[in-house]
Design a protein around this ligand. Structure first.
Ligand code: NAD
Length: 493
């Protein structure tokens, strides 16, 4: 049960019949409702150009939450809070009409004037919606809060992200803006600060003296599917690395915040992201690898997929090495990689510790060196868990060491109870907690790091395809680690 009174609010969802809204957002809001984390004093206005009646919209809601529904009457009661307004985001009259509807629903549902504007539309609309909401007086002025929720992607590079941010901040303050990164709603991401700052034995060794390298893998087994229109202009670097991967990096690498409140945490995240070494052209060539998938067994290469140009220069795989210019991590590389059509669908973090300076067991017994690095693995998805490779004695005849895996894997039953990322994030927005959202300075630092890589890749032709569908990516990504005397831990060990 929630330990605070749920917040009353009116939600306005732009893109109310879009894919994301129907597949993720409504089920998430419904789950909160079932758990009593959503105030019964709520209403949601769905918005897009479609002409729908409230009844038609409610039928879509009931459909979209079907998998979460155990009690039909409850689902219908939930859906009765939903209203439809046909709305073109460029039509100013429509905002005025929306303002009137919002005032009426505020009164009807006694929402205390609290308003949440969720923009689940193509990114080119984010700025226009924010500006028009303010200019046409849709923002609450009765002492309630106004919060703006923005989907990804947040820009295509630093310049466009800044332009978008300027548009948003002309209407909303930074602390009213919630930039969604659903990886921050995942259980394992949220557990990183507890692992680090709740366990002195881990905290004490969380630095370059003990950690040899950190590896973050966000691998997808699917290809581009039907998203070529978007993906061929984005690629793995923009779609997965700039946002999700670097956000995970920030939680792994940041200094201990003064407290676990969003302003303190964001300060540390920004600091560490700003300490990533930004590469010049040669640095990009030396430290980043791009890939595009070739054919697999009975599957086409990327350039033969629906909607993909035959000469596409897009990266469906990106790997890189982050070097921090700070005293904690100066000598520890963070390797990151993400791609489509890889051998496995997995999100994981492998933290490799240094071996002892001397393997006394090999020395004393004339056995070959057997001690392995301790590796701490955090599983993000599909499994949630944590494991630690540790050296111990093998119990067979003679004296040998062996590496065993201390393993905590969340059971499927328990994992099924873990709230979905959108459910957690929506709950945080209601509470006004920005801990697991990307702040503007973080987004800016991430783009400044990514821009030189993207620029070089845009301006030079990739030697594509360069990895087989169903493999773990291009050979060059293995070579990147090998040059440092390292190797990808997954799936090799
Ligand atoms: P979508 O195309 O399915 O939905 C967009 C919505 O905007 C539709 O309801 C459409 O009717 C409406 N719309 C378009 N033009 C309009 C206009 N001029 N005026 C009013 N309404 C208009 O898109 P989606 O897949 O739901 O994605 C929404 C956002 O979420 C995007 O920013 C996307 O990048 C992000 N996102 C989506 C997913 C996903 O799984 N679908 C995942 C991560 C992020």
């Amino acid at each position: 049960m929630p330990n605070t009174t749920p917040t009353r609010a009116l939600y306005m969802l732009f893109g109310g019949t879009g894919d994301l809204a129907l597949r993720k957002l409504y089920p998430a809001i419904f789950n909160l409702y079932k758990k009593g984390s959503l105030s019964t004093h709520f209403a949601l206005v769905g918005l897009s150009r479609k002409e729908l009646t409230d009844e038609e919209f409610r039928a879509k809601i009931i459909d979209s939450i079907a998998a979460e529904t155990e009690n039909q009457a409850q689902a219908e009661e939930f859906a009765s809070h939903f209203y439809w307004k046909s709305h073109d985001v460029t039509n100013l009259d429509h905002y005025q009409e929306l303002g009137k509807i919002a005032d009426e629903l505020d009164k009807k549902y006694e929402t205390n004037g609290n308003r949440i504007f969720y923009v689940s539309m193509a990114p080119r609309f984010f700025g226009i919606v924010a500006k028009n909401l303010k200019d046409q007086n849709v923002l609450s002025e009765n002492g309630g809060f106004n919060r703006l929720v923005i989907e990804k992607p947040f820009g295509r590079d630093f310049a466009s992200a800044k332009e978008l941010n300027d548009d948003l901040t002309s209407a909303f303050n930074e602390n009213q803006i919630y930039r969604i990164d659903h990886y921050l709603g995942k259980e394992t991401t949220q557990a990183i600060p507890v692992l680090r700052f709740g366990n002195p034995m881990i905290d004490a060794i969380w630095n370059q003296n003990y950690i040899k390298d950190v590896q973050i893998t966000l691998a997808e087994s699917l290809g581009v599917e039907d998203r070529a229109g978007y993906y061929d202009t984005a690629g793995a670097l923009r779609d997965m690395i700039q946002n999700h991967t670097l956000q995970i990096v920030s939680y792994l690498a940041m200094e201990q915040p003064n407290s676990f409140i969003d302003t303190d945490i964001r300060r540390e995240k920004v600091k560490v992201l700003e300490s990533m070494k930004i590469y010049d052209e040669q640095g990009v060539k030396d430290n980043f690898v791009r890939g595009q998938y070739g054919a697999g067994d009975n599957t086409p290469e990327y350039r033969q997929e629906n909607g993909v140009p035959e000469d596409s220069n897009n990266n469906t795989y990106a790997a890189g090495k982050i070097i921090f210019d700070n005293p904690r991590w100066g000598k520890t590389p963070f390797y990151i990689r993400s791609g489509k059509k890889l051998a496995d669908k997995t999100g994981r973090i492998d933290i490799e510790f240094k071996k002892p300076l001397v393997d006394i067991f090999a020395k004393g017994t004339n056995q070959p060196a057997e001690l392995q690095s301790n590796v701490l693995t955090l599983l993000i998805d599909p499994k949630i868990g944590i494991s630690l490779d540790i050296n111990t004695k093998n119990s067979d005849q003679g004296f040998h060491t062996e590496t065993v895996d201390l393993n905590y894997l969340q059971s499927d039953d328990r994992a099924a109870e873990v709230p979905l990322p959108y459910e957690r994030l929506f709950h945080d927005i209601l509470k006004g907690d920005g801990t697991y959202f990307a702040s503007w300075p973080e987004v800016a630092a991430a783009w400044k790091f990514i821009d030189p890589v993207q620029k070089l890749w845009d301006n030079t032709k990739g030697d594509f395809p360069n990895y087989k569908s169903g493999s773990m990516g291009p050979q060059a990504a293995d070579d990147l680690l090998a040059r440092d005397g390292n190797a990808w831990y997954f799936p090799n060990k």
